[in-house]
Design a binder for this molecule. Structure first.
Ligand code: SAJ
Length: 427
C-alpha cells in the first residue's frame, strides 16, 4: 500500500466519521464517505455540513474541493475501511440497557463484497468488548475466500482488523483529532501496526498499540471514569444540600490536595457517550460492575432530585407571596436557563436540562419560561424565551446549563427571586 495515498472508505458521516474522512482527504488520501442518509450525502458533496462543530465546515469544504473527498450511498473497493457508525443501547429481555452493535454489523456486511486480501478495517465507534472480533467473524462468514484457519495468529490474516476508538470532545473535534494520543488494538499485531501507519498521517499524538479487547475496554473505561467521578460530585452536592454547605466551595478546597481531582456536580449527565458507555461494561460483567452501575444510577437520579428541589422552591414562593396573591391558584413563573447537555453547545441529545424542563412543564406547578441561547430555530416542542424576558418575569430561576450568557447575570436581580443553581454559575 502506498503510505501517503491510500484509498479509504469511511462508513458513517456523523460527528466522528465526517471529521475523520475529511481530515484524511486533506492529507492526500482518496476518501469515499458513505452514509445511509441521502440528504447528508448531497449536503457534503456540495461542500457543506449537516452537523454543528466549529471549523468542520472549512475542513469539509477544502476536502471536497481538493477532489480527494466524495460522499456516496454505497461503498466501493478501497485499501482501508473505517467504520464510524452509532453504537447505542437497546432493551433486550430483562436488560433495558443492552449494547446495540447492529449498525457495526450492518456496515461490515455492506463492505464485505468490496474487500480484497490485504485490506484493513478500522472500527472507530465506541464498542462493547468483542465487537472487533465480531467483525472478523462476519467477514469469515461472508468471505471465506479471505479467511484462513490461522486467522488470529501473528501476521496470518488476509484482512487486517483493528479498533481505534475515537476520543474527541464535541466542540473541539478538529484540534483533538490531530493532538490527542490514540489507542489502537488489533486482532493481531500486524493489524494494529497497519492502522497506526495510517493514523500517523494526521495524528500528532502518541499512538499506543494493544489487542482489540483491551482497546475496546479502555475507551469504555475512560468514559466510565468520568461518569463515576461526576456521580461522586453529584452525591456530594446532595449531601452538602442536606448539611447546608456550599458544594462548589467544598470541591474547590478538596481539589487543592495534590492528588484529588473531583469533577463538578450538575443536573445529571447527558450526551451520547458518558451516559451510555458505562452500561456496556455493566452488560458484559453485571456481577462485577457494582460501582459503575451505581454511578449511572446516581447520575440518572439527579434530574429527579432537581425537580423535587423546584417543587420545594414553589412551596417557598407560595408562602412568601401568600399575602400578595389575590387567588390561591396563582402559579409562579419558573425560568429554566439552558437546555443543552453541557455548556456553550446546542446539542440537546440525552440532555438532563431538557428532561427537567419537560417534567416541570408536564407537572403544571408553574408557568415555565425556558431559555436556550444556542438554539434559535427549529425547536418546536415548547416556546423559548429571550434571557432578559426570563430574568424579568421569572419568580423562580433554575440554572440547568453553565452557558457563558448566564455567568454574567447581575447578582442584585437574584435578590428578588427564589433561585436554584445546579451548575454553580452563581456560586
Ligand atoms: N459533566 C458534569 N460534570 C463535569 C463534567 C461533565 O456534570 O464535571 C456532564 C456534562 O454537563 C454533560 C456530561 O457530563 O452532561 C458529558 O460531558 P463531557 O464534557 O464530560 O463529555 P462529552 O459527552 O461531551 O464527550 C465525552 C468525552 N469523554 C471524556 O472526556 C472521557 C470525549 O473525549 C469522548 O470522545 C466522548 O465523550 C465520546 O464520544 O465518547
Amino acid at each position: 500500500m502506498n503510505q501517503l495515498k491510500q484509498k479509504i472508505v469511511v462508513m458513517g458521516l456523523g460527528y466522528i466519521g465526517l471529521p475523520t474522512a475529511s481530515m484524511l482527504a486533506t492529507k492526500g488520501h482518496q476518501v469515499l464517505g458513505v452514509d445511509i442518509n441521502e440528504t447528508t450525502v448531497a449536503t457534503i458533496n456540495s461542500g457543506n455540513i449537516h452537523i454543528v462543530e466549529p471549523d468542520l465546515d472549512i475542513l469539509v469544504r477544502s476536502a471536497v474541493h481538493s477532489g480527494n473527498f466524495r460522499a456516496s450511498l454505497v461503498p466501493a473497493e478501497a485499501d482501508v475501511f473505517i467504520l464510524a457508525v452509532p453504537t447505542p443501547f437497546k432493551a433486550v429481555d430483562d436488560n433495558p440497557k443492552a449494547p446495540d452493535i447492529s449498525y457495526v454489523e450492518a456496515a461490515t456486511r455492506a463492505i464485505a463484497p468490496y474487500l480484497e486480501s490485504g485490506n484493513l478495517i478500522i472500527l472507530e465507534s465506541t464498542s462493547p468488548v468483542g465487537t472487533t472480533e465480531r467483525i472478523n467473524e462476519i467477514i469469515a462468514e461472508l468471505r471465506p475466500d479471505l479467511t484462513n484457519s490461522k486467522l488470529n495468529t501473528q501476521n496470518s490474516t488476509l484482512i487486517y482488523i483493528a479498533h481505534c476508538p475515537e476520543r474527541v470532545l464535541p466542540g473541539h473535534i478538529i484540534r483533538e483529532l490531530v493532538d490527542n494520543d490514540r489507542i489502537i488494538g488489533g486482532i493481531n499485531r500486524a493489524s494494529a501496526e497497519k492502522a497506526r501507519d495510517l493514523y500517523k498521517s494526521f495524528c500528532n499524538g502518541n499512538i499506543f498499540l494493544t489487542d482489540s479487547k483491551t482497546a475496546e475496554l479502555a475507551k469504555l473505561v475512560e468514559n466510565s471514569f468520568r461518569d463515576v467521578n461526576i456521580a461522586f460530585a453529584n452525591e456530594l452536592s446532595m449531601i452538602c444540600d442536606k448539611l447546608d454547605i456550599n458544594v462548589w466551595e467544598l470541591i474547590e478546597l478538596a481539589n487543592k490536595h495534590p492528588r484529588v481531582n473531583i469533577l463538578q456536580p450538575g443536573p445529571g449527565v447527558g450526551g451520547h457517550c458518558i451516559a451510555v458507555d458505562p452500561w456496556f461494561i455493566v452488560a458484559a460483567a453485571p456481577d462485577q460492575a457494582h460501582l459503575i452501575r451505581t454511578a449511572r444510577q446516581v447520575n440518572d437520579s439527579k434530574p429527579h432530585w432537581v425537580i423535587d428541589k423546584v417543587k420545594q422552591a414553589v412551596g417557598v414562593w407560595r408562602q412568601q407571596n401568600s399575602k400578595l396573591r389575590t387567588q390561591d391558584s396563582e402559579l409562579p413563573v419558573i425560568g429554566c436557563l439552558g437546555l443543552a447537555f453541557k455548556a456553550n453547545i446546542d446539542d440537546l441529545r440525552e440532555s438532563p436540562a431538557l428532561e427537567i424542563t419537560r417534567a416541570l412543564i408536564a407537572s403544571g406547578i408553574g408557568r415555565v419560561m425556558a431559555c436556550e441561547p444556542n438554539v434559535n430555530e427549529g425547536f418546536g416542542e415548547f416556546p423559548l424565551y429571550d434571557l432578559n424576558d426570563v430574568l424579568k418575569e421569572a419568580d423562580i430561576l433554575l440554572v440547568l446549563v453553565d452557558h457563558a450568557e448566564f455567568k454574567g447575570i447581575n447578582g442584585d436581580l437574584l435578590q428578588e427571586k427564589v433561585w436554584i443553581d445546579t451548575r454553580g454559575v452563581w456560586r
